[in-house]
Design a protein around this ligand. Structure first.
Ligand code: NAI
Ligand code: MG
Ligand code: ZN
Length: 277
């Protein structure tokens, strides 16, 4: 595994280094990319909400400037995280930006204590926000989510959410609820979204997914019983697709696509794909 990007806790009160600039709309970028000299950025008087030390890219210190709203910077523009994922062959840069987006959103959402309402500040030795008054800690939010490919021999159960790009069908996904195991979540979500029951789900692998803060836990599961009944709102269309006649599939770097490609490879005796890390 490449080590170009290494997360680390850096002290944002120290000067120097590079910075990425993030707000809800994405990252600031120009012809040189997303890393800007930090001291130069400081002279722009940006609407700063939070400054965080992120880690090292190619051995250089990288900080994050989280802004309240996008601003115009001469020669630069704003680009969303998904676009970086689509266009980046540089997976290290995408990993850095995914991390930065999650830290920036978390820092933005934890400026004040949810318990007593007083300001929060960065903890000196941990990646945490701490309340100045009651001392409560908040760590970056990660939401465990399951994703599962349900199969029946040469058929795949794929579905469309109204949020998907036109024509795309994918595996089923959903957030783990408090108190349930991931396996229970797989059974519950499959039943809620398409109404079928499955045999014991088999864990395959995981993927950090910064849209907005999911940890995807990927499974394969064989169909057991039931007819497809779609969940209104969540599922726009669902069906069984032959492995020889598939619809438009999700983006190649997603675990959804990996779970499909892996099943096809095993079924058709082809070399197994590799999930980008
Ligand atoms: N990497 C990949 O290949 C894929 C990743 N995903 C991700 O999986 C996650 C879950 O998939 P969905 O089908 O959207 O989830 P879902 O089936 O649980 O339903 C989404 C709904 O859950 C609610 N929700 C939002 N955030 C939540 C949270 N943190 N905890 C509990 N409920 C929440 C909202 O009402 C939202 O509309 C999403 O983050 C999505 O981006 C989904 C498909 C492919
Ligand atoms: Mg879902
Ligand atoms: Zn407090």
């Amino acid at each position: 595994m490449s080590l170009r990007w290494q997360p680390a806790l850096l002290d944002p009160t120290e000067g120097g280094g590079w910075a990425v600039v993030h707000c809800q709309q994405g990252f600031l970028c120009d012809a040189n990319g997303v890393l800007f000299p930090r001291e130069w950025l400081k002279r722009l008087e940006l609407p700063l909400l939070s400054e965080q030390g992120l880690g090292y890219f190619d051995g250089d210190q990288v900080f994050l400037m989280e802004l309240a709203h996008p601003v115009e910077v001469l020669g630069a523009g704003w680009q969303g995280l998904r676009q970086f994922m689509m266009q980046d062959d540089d997976t290290d840069r995408f990993r850095m930006l995914g991390f930065a987006a999650q830290i920036g959103t978390w820092a933005n959402h934890h400026r004040f204590c949810g318990s007593c309402g007083n300001p929060m500040r960065q903890h000196a030795t941990e990646r945490a926000m701490q309340c100045e008054s009651c001392g409560i800690h908040h760590y970056p939010r990660i939401s465990p989510s399951m994703i599962v490919l349900v199969t029946r021999g040469d058929e795949l159960l794929l579905a469309r959410s109204p949020r998907f790009a036109p024509g795309v069908y994918s595996t089923l996904a959903g957030f783990v609820e408090p108190g349930e195991s991931v396996e229970q979540c797989v059974r519950r979500e499959v039943h809620e979204e398409v109404g079928v029951s499955i045999a014991e789900p088999k864990y395959i692998c995981s993927q950090g997914w910064p849209f907005p803060h999911s940890l995807m836990l990927g499974f394969h599961a064989e169909y057991a019983a039931g007819e497809i009944v779609m969940q209104p709102e969540e599922i726009e269309d669902a069906g069984w697709f032959s492995i020889h006649d598939l619809p438009v599939l999700p983006a190649p770097k997603s675990i959804a696509r990996y779970l499909i490609d892996l099943y096809l490879a095993r079924r058709l005796g082809r070399p197994e794909p590799v999930l980008p890390s």
